[in-house]
Design a protein around this ligand. Structure first.
Ligand SMILES: NC(=O)N[C@@H](CC(=O)O)C(=O)O
Length: 429
């Protein structure tokens, strides 16, 4: 018999509290006093009901770095964060640059069965930036790849970028660009500015991101094909995106939770937990990113969950890997940065963490408002029970969270994937 749940007193977006019946994988009823009729009752009083979250940018590390994360461990972390679908980045070993490897990742996701894993294909062979990967074969594979990226590295060759955009147009694909001009960022360690000078760490200038975004929105418009900008981090990038969107260019963009909350001054500790690509920026950048997410210039929040084992993070700054975990903390960080500041309401959060990412990634079955007949991909979130982050208390194989010891304002209570509970009472099922 399939699972069935009655979410009693859940607060749907913008509406009055109601009961939501989940049965046979779909939302079966919404309204006051819906009878349970054998369904397991979940007390949802005071909880926000969101469409299951969709992450456009997750590093699951499998194949190749199973010491840092596996599809199994990463997807448990995802469900605890309220996600029902994640897009897996291709900087694995080997890279996901063939139909065979994307199908392997896709199948691992299905076997784990926790949330949908949509592999992102590499743009270039081995992510080496010299030769286009077999994009068409990945699109035609069982994984039906629609998003391609060399994330971790930029597709810096303008001709390759143009060809990739031309190629994916045929099957409604999108190139997700890690915007980082490589020559301008050789050996870069942190945001370039007064502080990098004081700390003696080589700077990662804002212009290295902005120059690539400017080039790529122009290329996308020229080719008439979709580009998506990964982890936007500067106020200047926001200005370029705003301009491109005002002209109707086919561009979308994401921002990470950490770039919405944290600033470069944390680097003064020389604690590599704050080492990330792109780097943490200034307060002005954070304010611009928040405003851009609020007004839709930036479409989505994406975690860039980048797990690394202890030996790669608990070492001196220069030797440390770049990246932070983020799946389990994304929603409360967005609450703190965007909702508690009055910049977004919960419907706005649902758009930016579920509806729009699902659209950008072409993820059928995800990003639906909870309504009768829709697939029951749902998240129940408690926005008023603060908790203190303990890095040991994570489903991820890695503990490199930048929020250790911080108090976040709320927590995911339950997650449902096609009507099946993957998290209940805050615990994996
Ligand atoms: N975002 C990060 O800081 N790290 C990413 C890749 C990258 O360097 O972008 C990772 O895979 O670890």
């Amino acid at each position: 018999m399939s699972e069935s749940y009655l979410l009693r007193g859940a607060k749907p977006l913008g509406g009055e509290p109601a009961d939501v019946l989940v049965r046979d994988g779909a939302v079966a009823a919404i309204g006051p006093k819906v009878p349970a009729k054998g369904a397991e009752v979940v007390d949802a009083d005071g909880l926000v009901l969101l469409p299951g979250l969709v992450d456009l940018h997750t590093h699951l590390r499998e194949p190749g770095r199973e010491d840092a994360e596996t599809v199994e461990s990463g997807t448990v972390a995802a469900t605890l964060g309220g996600y029902t679908a994640v897009c897996a980045m291709p900087n694995t070993d080997p890279a996901t640059d063939t139909a065979g490897v994307v199908e392997q990742v896709y199948r691992l996701g299905q076997e784990a069965g926790r949330c949908d894993v949509q592999p992102i294909g590499a743009v270039t062979v081995g992510r080496a930036g010299t030769q286009l990967a077999e994009l068409g074969a990945m699109a035609d594979s069982a994984a039906q790849v629609r998003m391609f990226s060399d994330d971790g590295d930029c597709v810096s060759d303008a001709v390759l970028m143009r060809r990739a955009l031309e190629y994916v147009k045929a099957f409604d694909g999108v190139i997700a660009q890690h915007a980082q001009e490589p020559r301008l960022t050789e050996g870069a360690q942190m945001n370039e500015g007064a502080l990098s000078g004081v700390l003696g760490l080589r700077g990662w200038p804002a212009v290295a991101e902005e120059a690539i975004i400017a080039r790529d929105v122009l290329l996308a418009a020229h080719v008439g094909s979709r580009v998506h900008i990964c982890h936007v981090s500067t106020a200047g990038s926001v200005e370029i995106l705003r301009w491109a969107k005002s002209r109707g260019y086919p561009v979308t963009a994401e921002v990470t939770p950490h770039h919405l909350l944290l600033t470069e001054d944390l680097v003064a500790s020389y604690d590599p937990i704050y080492k990330v690509n792109p780097p943490l920026r200034s307060e002005d950048d954070v304010a611009a990113l928040r405003a851009a997410l609020a007004d839709g210039t930036i479409d989505a929040v994406a975690t860039d969950h980048a797990p690394h084992p202890v030996e790669d993070k608990e070492c001196e700054w220069l030797a440390a890997a770049m990246g932070m975990t983020g799946l389990e903390t994304a929603l409360p960080v967005v609450q703190q940065a965007m909702v508690d500041t009055g910049l977004l309401d919960w419907a706005g959060v649902a758009d930016r963490m579920s509806v729009w990412p699902a659209r950008i990634g072409r993820l059928a079955g995800h990003g639906h408002a909870p309504e009768v007949g829709a697939p029951a991909n749902l998240t129940l979130y408690d926005p008023s029970t603060p908790w203190t982050v303990d890095p040991a208390d994570t489903a991820s194989r890695s503990r490199n969270t930048p929020y250790a010891g911080r108090t976040l304002p709320g927590r995911v209570v339950a997650t449902f994937l096609r009507g099946r509970a993957t998290v209940l009472s805050g615990k994996p099922q």
